[in-house]
Design a binder for this molecule. Structure first.
Ligand code: URA
Length: 246
């Protein structure tokens, strides 16, 4: 619904206000609370040389940059999780993909094998991908945290703050057309909100101009089979979006 501005509204600030609201929208913020504004960081004018407007980066170059980034993450000791990890779990897949899947954090199997989503939840994700005609190796899969939290507890905010720079770089390098947030932790980070998953699943959101689709975490589907049907609807939507995207 269009909102009318009061006649006393200073028209001269309108272009800046619109730019600022677009900036917030690009960060996935569609409802405005004071906290959102304070947390959304310093405002930068949208750049006219966006990645979309520029020359496409060759996949080999992205692969090389990702490998360099991964090397840095393997040496990371920025948070206490490095003390208990077996291996860093960086991410796998095709850096030239249109779609990136983001989960929460490595579990036991992932920590042992050094690859995201290889345990029971991961096997379910692989099956779901096959059901929408996507091969696991043709998409990109990663997590919010690159190291396993002990006993698979939820990531702590301090751990997310330490680790997010790696995910931000992965997204910047890969520049997917679509991001699929697997579960609450990924969705809340991407959209910088504390809203529950049930609310986020149904909205239309963007992270830095990239469309974000929110769905259940595959582990939640294993625990709650009643979520499988709505999750299937989400994945059908994702399939349609991928087919429609150039
Ligand atoms: N759960 C996640 O969120 N990520 C994994 O890699 C495995 C399980």
């Amino acid at each position: 619904m269009k909102k009318e501005l009061p006649s006393s509204f200073p028209q001269e600030i309108l272009p800046d206000l619109i730019s600022y609201l677009k900036h917030l929208e690009g960060k996935g913020i569609r409802s405005l609370y004071l906290d959102d504004i304070e947390e959304s960081g310093p405002f930068e004018q949208p750049s006219s040389t966006s990645a979309e407007g520029g020359e496409p980066v060759p996949v080999t170059a992205i692969r090389k940059d990702l490998a360099e980034l991964e090397e840095g993450v393997r040496a990371c000791t920025d948070c206490p999780l490095h003390e208990t990890r077996t291996q860093v779990v960086f991410g796998v897949g095709n850096p030239g993909t249109k779609v990136m899947f983001i989960g929460e954090a490595p579990g036991r199997d992932e920590d042992l094998q050094g690859e995201p989503f290889v345990g029971r939840a991961g096997q379910l994700l692989t099956k779901i991908l096959e059901a929408i005609d996507q091969k696991r190796e043709n998409v990109y899969i990663t997590n919010i945290l690159k190291c396993r939290p002990p006993d698979n507890r939820d990531p702590q905010e301090s751990e997310v703050r330490c680790c997010e720079k790696y995910l931000i770089s992965q997204i910047e390098l890969i520049q997917p057309k679509l991001i699929c947030a697997l579960g609450r932790i990924a969705a809340q980070w991407l959209l910088q909100t504390k809203a529950p998953l049930g609310t986020l699943r149904t909205g239309e959101y963007y992270y830095q101009g990239i469309r974000v689709l929110v769905t259940y975490h595959p582990a939640a589907l294993l625990r709650n089979p009643q979520f499988k049907r709505p999750a299937w609807e989400d994945f059908k939507k994702l399939k349609a979006m991928l087919e429609a995207s150039p």
